[in-house]
Structures are given as C-alpha cells and as structure tokens.
Design a protein around this ligand. Structure first.
Ligand SMILES: [Zn+2]
Length: 351
C-alpha cells in the first residue's frame, strides 16, 4: 500500500495505533508528535481508512483477529482495496478532511469550516475523520476555535492532529488529546528502505542517512541528482574557506542565504564537515562524507580541537539566529567570517 514505508521503523507508534483499533474504543482526538518526515500523516491517513474500511469492519465483526500487536499488521488494517480505502488514499472521501497550512499558517476560517463539517453526521462512512497536519502552525484565533470543538467533540468524529512537539500547541489542546509519539527513523531502517525501495547506492544511502536526522522525507529530498553535487560543491567551498579572499566568502554567504528552504541542509552539511574533521584522527571509518576523505584529511591538519569546537558552536549559534528569523544574510556573513578566522588561527593541526 502506498505510503506504508514512510512509517518504517515506527514500531512503537504503530503498536499503539493497533491497540486503539483492536480495542474498538477510538478516542475523539489524537495528537501525533514527531519531527517532519517520520510518517505521522501517513499513519493518520491509514487510521482514517481503518475507521471506514468495509473489509476491516467485516473482519472485526467475525472475530477480534489475533491478540498480537505486531506493527506489521497495520498493513492489514485497513485493506487498502475497498472503495472507501481507495477514495481516502486519493483524498476524495466525503467523510475524511485533510487540513494543511497555507503559506505556513492555518487560519480560523479553516477551523470554522472544519467545525461545520464535523457537526454533521458521517455522509456514508462510520466515522468522520479530520487530519490537521502541522497543527502547530495554527494561529491563536484558529487554536481557540479548535479548542472549543475539542471541549465538546461531536459524535462519530475523530480528529488527528500532527505536530513536531506538544510545546508548540496550546496546553489546553494538548491535554485533550491522546498522544502518540513517532521517533526519528533509526539509521539501519532508513538506510535499508532507501536502498531497497528508492534506488540509493550503499555509499549514497550512508551519507544521506547520516544527514537526514531520522527524517524519511528529508532523506528522499536528497535523492535528487543535483543535491549530491550541490553538497560536494559546498564541502569543497568549506575546505578552502581559510584561503579564500573576503569577496569570495561574502559571495558564498549571499548564495547560501538566498534559498531559505535549503538552509537546514546547509547547516547539517557544515556540521557534518566539522564532525568529520574531528573524528578523522580517531577513526576515519566513521567519517560521514567518505567521498571527500582527502579534503577531510587535509583540513584535519589545519585545525586545533578547540577551534573545531568553536566552529561547531558558531554554526549552532547562526542556526539559532536564523531560526529566530533574524537577518539571514547578516547571520551567514558573520558565520562564514568566523569560520574563516578559526581556520586561519589553527594552522598546527588537531592537538
Ligand atoms: Zn478497505
């Protein structure tokens, strides 16, 4: 069934969902928590299918199925073949509503419309299901409107919220939901899925897995042919940063600052670069950017450990400033000039 692999390695979360399904006591509101790209929305769609699947309902009437809670069984709950399942997967079932942020925000109009829909009885299914994706992007009026509905949930409705962390939502919303946590996908599971299902080579999967931070969707975004060559370009620029004139550093800063969507990748790559230099002298086999081993080796001769730690701190600090929506270009200028300075002070190698 499409989308199941996006929850690979999420045994704990899937077991919790299975237990809810088998109990037959599905709560009115669930909160799926975890970083982006770990299968929260995919699991929510699957649960919506299970609530309305004709085949699953028939099976349930016959027996309680098995008493095991093997997470693989979620692929049998629901069938994925009946009319409701197919229409839910296609996003055209009248009793399943998916709300996503528009331009980075969920506004009150969306929530009011959702409340109106959920106040009606299911059109054809057993349960109305609403999936509120990235619920942490609701603005305050939208959050308050949702809270009112959660205080008096309509019959035959299931509301599934997804968010990165509960702290990003109103505590009064959080306290009214049953929480299911989706952990970052572990490296072996992520790497295996990339190789088996997405045509990654072993070396490429190793690099991507190390940089993806346990996010399946992020790993897949790195599959683009241009991404690997872009990463190679950035590592080359980092390796010669100390010998670059100021105007080249400022031009690099301008280039990196322009694409805000790529900044998280930029920071991960820079951090992996310094991590590799630090680890190279201890155990070169653990270097992430193995295809740039010569660059890493050369760089290890230019830094002291203290300078490397300061470099990492400078990257973390710039990342925090940019996440806090300070001036991206200024933060990047400051970072690259600081890294230039540190590369030029540590000329005697790791010590
Ligand atoms: Zn079905």
């Amino acid at each position: 069934m499409s989308g199941f692999e996006t929850v690979v390695g999420q045994d704990q979360a899937l077991r919790a969902l299975l237990r809810i399904l088998k109990s037959g006591r599905i709560p009115h509101s669930l909160l799926f928590l975890g970083i982006d790209g770990v299968g929260k929305r995919s699991a929510a769609v699957r649960l919506a299918m299970a609530c309305n699947c004709i085949c699953y309902a028939a099976q349930q009437r016959q027996s309680d199925k098995s008493s095991s809670d093997n997470p693989e069984e979620l692929s049998d709950y629901p069938c994925g073949q009946c009319s409701p399942c197919l229409r839910i997967a296609a996003g055209i079932h009248p009793d399943v509503t998916l709300i996503k942020p528009e331009a980075g925000v969920i506004k009150i109009g969306e929530i009011r419309n959702l409340c109106r829909i959920l106040s009606m009885k299911p059109f054809e299914g057993h349960e109305r299901v609403a999936i509120l994706s990235d619920a942490h992007l609701m603005n305050p009026p939208a959050s308050n409107a949702l809270l009112k509905m959660l205080e008096e949930p309509p019959e035959h409705t299931l509301l599934i919220l997804t968010a990165r962390q509960s702290a990003d939502l109103l505590p009064t919303i959080v306290s009214r939901c049953l929480h299911i946590r989706f952990n970052p996908v572990c490296r072996p599971a992520l790497s295996g899925a990339l190789i088996q299902n997405h045509g990654f080579g072993a070396d490429e999967a190793s690099v991507v897995t190390a940089l993806a931070g346990g996010s399946f969707s992020r790993a897949l975004s790195m599959k683009k042919a241009t991404w690997m060559s872009w990463r190679g370009w950035l590592i080359t620029e980092l390796s010669r940063l100390g010998s670059s004139p100021f105007h080249v550093i400022l031009a690099l800063s301008e280039k990196l600052s322009k694409n805000r969507d790529a900044l998280s990748d930029v920071f991960e790559i820079i951090l992996s670069w310094f991590r590799d230099i630090l680890i190279f002298t201890c155990d070169p086999s653990h270097v992430i950017n193995r295809d740039h081993l010569e660059h890493v080796k050369e760089a290890s001769l230019r830094y002291s450990r203290g300078d490397l730690v300061q470099s990492v701190n400078a990257v973390r600090s710039a990342q925090a400033h940019i996440d806090a929506r300070t001036n991206t270009r200024l933060s990047m200028d400051h970072l690259l000039l600081r890294l230039w300075q540190l590369q030029n002070t540590g000329k005697t190698g790791i010590r």
